[in-house]
Design a protein around this ligand. Structure first.
Ligand SMILES: [Zn+2]
Ligand SMILES: [Zn+2]
Length: 136
């Protein structure tokens, strides 16, 4: 389904900058930080527009916000799949090259919390060296 349609389905206006943001996120092999998004959209629209669009997509559950140490990274979620809890797998951040990788095959456990606590998100981040950096 084209991005315009997806936005319409979720009652979001399909502005050019919003569609471009979805394209940028979907073309990236890995989740992107705000800075990386900005770099890829340089000259196309300003920061404020990027952040406004990001938070609109987040609110509609179309984008996943992943904790990546000292920053967040963003990923476009599979469209048929937004009902599923968004943070179901473990993420790995390489401390050398700073890449954030989805470890789809490792599921996050559903921990039971002490009385009185309520979970809104379940994220699990492993830090270390990725395949490319883990030599010598
Ligand atoms: Zn690495
Ligand atoms: Zn992921």
């Amino acid at each position: 389904m084209p991005f315009q349609e997806l936005l319409k389905n979720r009652e979001l206006s399909h502005t050019r900058s919003r569609v471009r943001l979805m394209e940028v996120l979907s073309e990236a092999a890995l989740p992107l930080s705000e800075m990386e998004i900005e770099e890829r959209m340089k000259g196309e629209c300003n920061r404020t527009t990027i952040y406004r669009n990001l938070s609109a997509l987040l609110n509609k559950g179309m984008v996943q916000r992943i904790i990546a140490g000292n920053a967040f990274k963003y990923k476009l979620l599979p469209f048929n799949d937004t009902k599923r809890p968004a943070h179901d797998h473990v993420h790995f951040k390489c401390t050398r090259c700073n890449q954030l990788v989805c470890l789809q095959e490792i599921m996050v456990k559903d921990y039971s919390l002490p009385e009185g606590y309520r979970k809104t998100e379940n994220q699990f981040l492993i830090l270390g060296l990725c395949k490319n950096c883990n030599h010598d």
